[in-house]
Design a binder for this molecule. Structure first.
Ligand SMILES: [Zn+2]
Length: 402
């Protein structure tokens, strides 16, 4: 069953993990063997993306298409990407025929990837998102480092101490990026990954992102190959100017990740400029309804995106609606992630809370002295302009009730 037949079976989609039996196990074993024979004529790029935002990837896809290049990529993340890789291969030559093969992964996918064959490995962020499912940052770092190969070029966000620590453990070439800013917000203590002293932040922009150094001087942000400066509505990267279309600090890391990777893929600046100038956060959607709704799409448990939208919507005049009916992982009733988000930016906002866990959210926000209005349905809200921070699925449930 090895090799060609395995690729054919993957393309036919005959096996899936919901039908586990002896035959599936045989197929799986053979598929893993076949994976070793796959050649990547294409540039092989791996992007670590546990936010599942696909923002950097979408920009790379558009940039390559714009320059007439063929790209093969996954639209969702597979814990085991074996079948996707086999499906993408030629049955006879065992080769992936494209200019670029881009695989988006999480920490579980990494053990299936032969890193020796990877040209660029991009890590924009490592965080505690979905902590009940994923353990913590150290767990991700361990899994990444285990999979790294000296031949792979690492493209990494240096402003986050967790991603930066990978640079210290990688023997091969590293390309770093980050923001230059004097802004300074408060945040929780982050320990040096080498000596475990608390890092000293010289500046800090979002959660644990900023410019830092260990008091023992064994760990610091370091020199950035690509550095962004923000001036009103202008984004400057390595002296090149772009239109800044986002108010989120966090999104600038997407733009920087895209810039670093596309520069290394020799994408012309004309194309890079077009994409950065027209950047739009793919998770924000206008919803046509009786009311004027902006849906900021985020699954509960995703701390980064939640924080990003809390910070952003707190600057708007219109009220904010948050809530959820189910915890994303039904095997767990863990709401501790709510306590890792800083809700204080909402202190001057009108906040509505909906869903099964509205009382839990009310208690959480009371710690920050934020009063909330509990609602059962959308029509309980008098205002017409509303910013909804919620998953699409839960937003639909809310719609059903109204
Ligand atoms: Zn240290």
């Amino acid at each position: 069953m090895k090799s060609s037949i395995c690729i054919i079976l993957s393309k036919l989609n005959l096996f899936n993990k919901n039908k586990k039996n002896k035959l599936y196990e045989l197929f799986n074993e053979a598929a893993l063997e076949t994976l070793k024979d796959i050649e990547y004529s294409a540039k092989f790029i791996v992007i670590f993306d546990e936010d599942e935002s696909f923002n950097i990837q979408n920009m790379i896809i558009n940039a390559l298409k714009d320059t007439g290049k063929k790209i093969i990529y996954n639209k969702k993340i597979y814990n085991d990407p074996t079948k996707f890789i086999l499906k993408s291969s030629n049955i006879l030559s065992f080769t992936i025929n494209a200019d670029v093969f881009m695989l988006t992964v999480n920490r579980e996918s990494l053990k299936y990837i032969d890193m020796k064959k990877v040209d660029y490995f991009l890590i924009n962020d490592i965080n505690r998102n979905y902590s009940y499912r994923n353990n913590d940052e150290e767990d991700a770092i361990k899994k990444i480092v285990k999979s790294l190969d000296n031949k792979t070029k690492l493209i990494v966000n240096l402003d986050n101490p967790y991603t930066n620590s990978i640079k210290y453990l990688h023997q091969g070439k590293t390309i770093g990026y980050g923001i230059k800013s004097n802004e300074h917000i408060k945040g929780i203590d982050i320990k040096c990954p080498i000596c475990h002293e608390n890092l000293i932040y010289k500046s800090r922009y979002f959660l644990n992102f900023g410019n830092y150094i260990c008091p023992n001087k064994d760990f610091e942000t370091g020199i950035k190959s690509y550095e962004a400066k923000i001036n009103d509505s202008t984004l400057e990267i390595n002296s090149k100017k772009y239109q800044l279309n986002t108010l989120y600090y966090y999104d600038i890391y997407y733009l920087l990740g895209f810039y670093a990777l596309s520069s290394n893929l020799n994408i012309p600046n004309k194309t890079i400029k077009k994409l950065i100038d027209n950047y739009k956060d793919s998770t924000v959607k206008k919803v046509n309804n009786d009311k004027n709704l902006n849906l900021y799409e985020v699954k509960n448990g995703n701390i980064i995106l939640y924080q990003k939208y809390i910070n952003y919507t707190s600057c708007l005049d219109s009220p904010i609606l948050i809530g959820f009916s189910n915890i994303s992982d039904t095997s767990s009733l863990d709401l501790s992630w709510l306590y890792e988000i800083d809700f204080t930016p909402l202190k001057n906002s009108k906040v509505y809370v909906w869903g099964t866990h509205q009382k839990d959210i009310e208690v959480r926000l009371s710690y920050d002295n934020i009063k909330v209005n509990l609602v059962k349905k959308l029509t309980d809200i008098k205002e017409n302009d509303i910013n909804v921070i919620m998953s699409k699925k839960e937003f639909n449930e809310l719609g059903d009730l109204s």
